[in-house]
Design a protein around this ligand. Structure first.
Ligand SMILES: CC(C)(COP(=O)(O)OP(=O)(O)OC[C@H]1O[C@@H](n2cnc3c(N)ncnc32)[C@H](O)[C@@H]1OP(=O)(O)O)[C@@H](O)C(=O)NCCC(=O)NCCS
Length: 154
């Protein structure tokens, strides 16, 4: 795994692999609780050829994860997950992971969804020029609405 960049001292952004599955299942549970992906979805994100998947590491520990995929027919890409371990938040790691994923996806339009109440994610996405383009009513299991946000890169 070659390091791509270091957003903050000691943190590296590198390609994820199936070997990271166990650590990512744990990170997903810590970061998303009831919304956590099952391990099979994480494995798919790590192995499907069309998926972009990056991790942030600090001292060999995985502290962040982003995955997304290109949907050529729709003319856009979707970020399907983004998470940073609570001990490593507000250091710019989430922003760096997202920007790296956007670059690697290489599409003009990028979309993602978030809980309407997720202030941290909403502020991050606004900072990176995502705009609300749709609201999926009752999208989550507990009926909370999902916000669909889109960024046009060029
Ligand atoms: C959302 C998440 C990925 C942000 O990761 P992070 O590494 O802490 O974010 P960054 O440090 O890169 O923050 C970038 C910007 O996002 C916004 N932001 C991040 N956390 C915030 C918070 N708790 N409250 C308000 N704004 C916040 C700020 O604008 C911040 O810029 P600033 O620090 O210069 O003010 C992280 O909080 C997380 O993993 N949450 C749980 C999982 C989740 O909700 N993922 C998104 C699902 S759609």
């Amino acid at each position: 795994m070659d390091a791509i960049s270091a957003p903050v001292a000691g943190v590296k952004i590198v390609q994820a692999s199936w070997r990271d599955l166990k650590s990512l299942v744990a990170l997903e549970k810590i970061c998303f609780g009831r919304d956590a992906w099952p391990w099979m979805d994480i494995l798919a994100a790590l192995t499907f050829p069309e998926m972009v998947h990056l991790i942030a590491t600090a001292s060999g520990q995985i502290v962040g994860f982003v995955a997304g995929d290109r949907r050529g027919r729709e003319g856009l890409a979707w970020i399907s997950t983004l998470s940073v371990h609570p001990d490593f938040r507000r250091l710019g790691i989430g922003r760096e992971l997202l920007q790296r994923a956007e670059e690697e996806l290489g599409m003009d339009r990028i979309r993602l969804t978030l809980r309407a109440s997720n202030r941290a994610a909403f502020d991050l996405y606004r900072q990176l020029n995502y705009q609300i383009v749709d609201i999926w009513r009752n999208y989550y299991r507990d009926k909370e609405d999902g916000l669909v946000m889109e960024k046009v890169r060029r």
